[in-house]
Design a protein. Structure first.
Length: 158
């Protein structure tokens, strides 16, 4: 697996956050490329984290934070549990569809200072915070995926 460096750009804050988030999304998908469903379900660490769960969880996280909490939309949120009928290919398609919705909402927002409309508890947060949170969450889980993939077949790389 190729070790791709993060893209560099001299864009504004929104562009920078979106480009870095996309880099982490793509990095996660590179880590599952070529993995079969059986390997994607393998529980190789004590927490039970699997490659399949990581993809489903990040689709869930983007839908919850952007569609529900930021936009305040009452849209369906994909489950972040792995069901017996789930396939890695379906989870990847769901994740990609979710991030397209995320990107559309983020692009349509008037400002990164725009506040979330649907955060149920805790202090209010703005879109800037949400994008930062999704970036760190995706990067963290891409690191988990890197370890899992290395345990599965020795493949590593960003």
């Amino acid at each position: 697996m190729a070790d791709l460096k993060p893209p560099r750009l001299a864009g504004d804050e929104r562009d920078t956050l979106q480009v870095l988030l996309q880099y982490q999304r793509d990095s996660l998908l590179r880590k599952v490329d070529g993995v079969d469903d059986s390997a994607a379900r393998r529980q190789l660490v004590g927490s039970g984290t699997t490659l399949l769960w990581l993809i489903k969880h990040l689709a869930w996280a983007e839908a919850v934070w952007i569609s529900r909490r930021f936009a305040g939309a009452d849209t369906p949120v994909p489950p972040d549990t792995v069901e017996p009928s789930d396939t890695l290919a379906e989870a990847v398609k769901l994740y990609q569809a979710t991030w397209k919705q995320t990107d559309a909402v983020v692009s349509a927002a008037s400002s990164l200072d725009e506040m979330c409309r649907g955060v149920p508890d805790g202090p209010p947060v703005n879109l800037r915070w949400v994008l930062g949170h999704l970036l760190e969450e995706t990067a963290r889980h891409a690191g988990h995926a890197d370890i899992l993939r290395e345990l599965i077949d020795g493949q590593t790389g960003r």
